[in-house]
Each structure stands twice: as structure tokens, then as C-alpha cells.
Design a protein around this ligand. Structure first.
Ligand code: GLU
Ligand code: MG
Length: 445
């Protein structure tokens, strides 16, 4: 599979859509947009739909940051982003609905800099233009499904998989209407925790897939009066849920990540850029106050600023797979582990590409890989190996991100003002709600 291959037969099997919605995951990872009767869909694809700039500032709890750059003024447009659509099935009195991924553009139809999908397109184009490289990505998402009838089942068990096989089947049917699928829907470690794996796709397709797959799961779960939560830490005493992003570099059709078990020079520089910018990067990939509750040592989260071959305690795990006869390793990937469901998948990938490009540009070299749980090293051993601590909460992380200047350099001044106001509002939401924040947040994300 190389992308999305729309399947008309699959679409028809969901029933005729009566509602269409143009939208995308926003800066908080929440899918928002505008709906209309399906008869108006073609016209909406042609002309776009009006969209209020301040909408992108909403927190998962629906608060708007005070002192944000937009207020009540201005106008943008939702534009169908390459007609990437998925059909949600008819259910009882609810007719089938057509979801269409959108870009947010200016009223002159140029990319609006705060649009995460537009920023990813720009990053992809720059990587190709400056380095002749393209990035393929495979997202793994962990999630909990609450309200299931079954008693909690053993980790990774058949019983766990069976508990959600109805949901999984329906999700595959929805994704088939988008011409794609899931490669896995399996029981995870926590009670009623699951993991889905997407196929490896081009970077834009991979982020689009991440958004569609989550909405498909949410819809199938809702239809059974259960709730799918991709929140990073929905339960204080349960394992967290991460988003693991597998990345591989390609020059045309030639694998450029690794030969045998050795990272290529370019992949090393790309990875070194990610590690160099990690404290700033996590401000974009761990996008909520809840994210930082997940960051525990020795929980396979990868909280340490290092990389390691096959090491799940490193922020980036290098996964060499089997090499081809010519020595190249087409399945090899760099798995970035410090992302979660509160981040826009488009923005997370855009930021990873920007950080990787910074590594390529500066010709950075990699420190030695780490082959143990870094918690087993003493603080001074970690310091000697350059494994410094990452910011411990979102507020500190944002201060560092702002001070680093990378946000502005990568995404521009308007994006920076909007993004920082949204994220600081999350910090305020969490402070205001105290203990109630985790549950309120997990009910949306
Ligand atoms: N649930 C872990 C996390 O928070 C990841 C476990 C795994 O390696 O699949 O990232
Ligand atoms: Mg997992």
C-alpha cells in the first residue's frame, strides 16, 4: 500500500451519506470543522467553507485562551485537502456521514500558517527540495476503551482482542471507504487498553490516516455506548498511552535509513537533530498537561534524551529490520516515542521533520546509542553520556520552547503566538480543574 486508494464499493456499503463534514485535528488534536447536507458537499469542495480563526484556539475543554492573537476578528476557509474522505456508517436514526479532511487557508486561498496540515506539507516539500529526501511514517496509537461489558482481560490476550473485535471490524470497514486500513488492533498492557498500528505511508498520508483512524474508533466506540480515549494518562494508576511514530527516510525509491544494522549518515544526522531539539520538540508532540503525567521512568515510555537500537526506554528507538540482498534495509525505522494523542499528528510530524532537517543542515553526529534502561545508570553516568533531563511539566516545556526560538524559525510568528496561547491555556485548564482535569480531558481526547 502506498497511500489511500478510494474504494467505491466499500463506500456504498456504509449507506448513502446524508451529512458531510469538512474538518481536521486542531492544535489540541481535536477534530473540528463544519457540517452540511451532503447535497452541498460538491459546492463546498469547490469553494471551501468559512471558518473562524479563533476556532483553532479552543482547548479540549472548550476554553479559549485570553489574550490570543485572533479574538473575534478575521476569517479563514476550510478547503478539502485532496478529497481524502471516509464514510461513517448509518446507525439507527443517524444517517451515514461523509468526513473530508480539510486544510485551513486564508481567504485568498494561500496556506494559513496556523494550519497543522499546511505546515506538514511545507516541511515535506522542504525536506525534498533541500535534501532530496522523503519521509515515510507509521503511527502506532495506544488507547483505552471504557464502558466495555467484559471484565478487564489479561494483557495482550486473545480475550482482550475479542473484547473489541466488533469495534475493530467496523473501524476497518470505515477505513476501507478511505481506501486504507489498520495493520493491527490488539490488546495492550493496561486493563482495556489497546494498540492500533497503521500501515507505513508517506508523511502526509500517515498523519491523515492517524486522524481518520482515531475518528473511526471514536465513532465505533460511541455506537456501543463505550468511550475510546487516546489521552496520554487517563488513569493515575494505569499505564499511559503513547503515540509511537516510526519514520524512515527515502531517496526516491531507495531506502536511506540504514544499511544492515547501521544507520546511514543522513539518518544519523536526522536523528541527532531530533535529540538536539528534543526539549523543544516535546512541546509540540506532548501537547497537554496530561502528557507529562505519562512520563515515568522504567515504563517503556522513553523519557530519556537518547537513542538506542531496540531500546524502549530511549526517546528514539532504532528498529533495524531485515536487510535486502544489496545490504539496504527498507524496513528500518526510527521510532519516536515521546508523542501522544493530545498532539496534532500533522504538527508532530512537521516538527520531527524540522528537527531532523536542522540535524542534516548542521551535519550533526550522533552520540553513542544506549543499550540499557537509562534509569539503571547513575545521574552522573547519564550526564556524562549527554542524557539530560527533559522538562517535567508543560509550563516549563513551553517556556523553554519559546526561549529556544525554534517555533518561530520552523513555523513563523503567527503560528508561534497562536500555539503558545493554546498550550498555556491547557496549563490554565489543568490548574483550574485540579484533580478533575484528568477525567475531563480524557473524556474528549
Ligand atoms: N504504554 C507505553 C507508553 O506510554 C508504551 C508501551 C509500548 O512499548 O508499547 O508509551
Ligand atoms: Mg504499545
Amino acid at each position: 500500500m502506498t497511500g489511500f486508494e478510494n474504494d467505491i464499493t466499500a463506500t456504498a456499503s456504509q449507506g448513502a451519506p446524508r451529512i458531510a463534514m469538512l474538518g481536521n485535528a486542531d492544535l489540541s488534536g481535536v477534530f473540528r470543522g463544519r457540517s452540511l447536507p451532503v447535497e452541498r458537499f460538491e459546492e463546498a469542495v469547490r469553494t471551501g467553507l468559512p471558518w473562524v480563526p479563533a476556532n483553532i484556539l479552543l482547548s479540549p475543554l472548550n476554553t479559549i485562551p485570553p489574550g490570543n492573537p485572533f479574538g473575534p476578528v478575521g476569517e479563514t476557509r476550510l478547503r478539502a485537502g485532496g478529497a481524502r474522505t471516509m464514510v461513517l456508517p448509518a446507525r439507527g436514526e443517524r444517517p451515514a456521514a461523509l468526513l473530508c479532511l480539510a486544510d485551513i487557508c486564508t481567504t485568498e486561498d494561500t496556506p494559513w500558517p496556523v494550519c497543522p496540515r499546511g505546515q506538514l506539507k511545507r516541511a515535506i516539500a522542504d525536506l525534498e527540495e533541500r535534501y532530496g529526501l522523503r519521509l515515510e511514517a507509521g503511527f502506532e496509537h495506544e488507547l483505552y476503551i471504557t464502558g466495555l461489558q467484559e471484565r478487564p482481560t489479561p494483557a495482550f490476550s486473545l480475550a482482550g482482542t475479542r473484547a473489541v473485535s466488533g469495534i475493530a471490524e467496523e473501524v476497518q470497514a470505515m477505513l476501507r471507504t478511505a481506501g486504507t486500513r489498520l495493520d493491527q488492533f490488539a490488546a495492550e498492557f493496561g486493563a482495556h487498553q489497546f494498540e492500533i498500528a497503521a500501515p507505513v505511508l508517506g508523511a502526509l498520508e500517515a498523519a491523515d490516516h492517524a486522524v481518520l483512524a482515531r475518528e473511526a474508533i471514536r465513532d465505533a466506540a460511541r455506537a456501543r455506548a463505550t468511550h475510546a480515549s487516546f489521552a496520554p494518562k487517563p488513569f493515575a494508576d494505569g499505564p499511559g498511552s503513547g503515540v509511537h511514530i516510526h519514520m524512515s527516510l527515502w531517496q526516491g525509491d531507495t531506502p536511506a535509513t540504514a544499511a544492515g544494522d547501521q544507520l546511514s549518515e543522513r539518518a544519523s544526522a536526522f536523528l541527532a537533530g531530533i535529540l538536539a531539539h528534543l526539549p523543544a520538540l516535546i512541546g509540540l508532540t506532548l501537547a497537554s498537561a496530561n502528557s507529562f503525567e505519562r512520563l515515568l521512568p522504567s515504563n517503556w515510555v522513553g523519557i530519556y534524551r537518547c537513542w538506542g537500537a531496540r531500546n524502549r526506554e530511549a526517546a528514539v528507538r532504532f528498529c533495524p529490520r531485515s536487510q535486502r540482498a544489496d545490504g539496504l534495509n527498507p524496513g528500518a525505522s526510527l521510532e519516536y516515542r515521546l508523542a501522544d494523542g493530545s498532539a496534532s499528528p500533522h504538527l508532530a510530524l512537521a516538527a520531527l521533520i524540522r528537527a531532523g532537517m536542522a540535524g542534516l543542515e548542521a551535519g550533526l553526529t550522533l552520540p553513542q546509542g544506549v543499550e540499557c534502561d537509562p534509569s539503571d545508570l547513575s545521574a552522573s553516568e547519564r550526564a556524562a553520556r549527554g542524557i539530560d533531563d527533559l522538562p517535567s511539566d508543560l509550563g516549563l516545556c513551553l517556556d523553554g520552547l519559546e526561549a529556544s526560538g525554534v517555533l518561530e524559525a520552523w513555523f513563523g510568528a503567527l503560528f508561534t503566538a497562536a500555539f503558545l496561547s493554546v498550550r498555556r491555556n491547557d496549563v490554565a485548564d489543568a490548574a483550574r480543574l485540579g484533580e478533575a482535569y484528568r477525567a475531563a480531558f480524557s473524556a474528549t481526547i
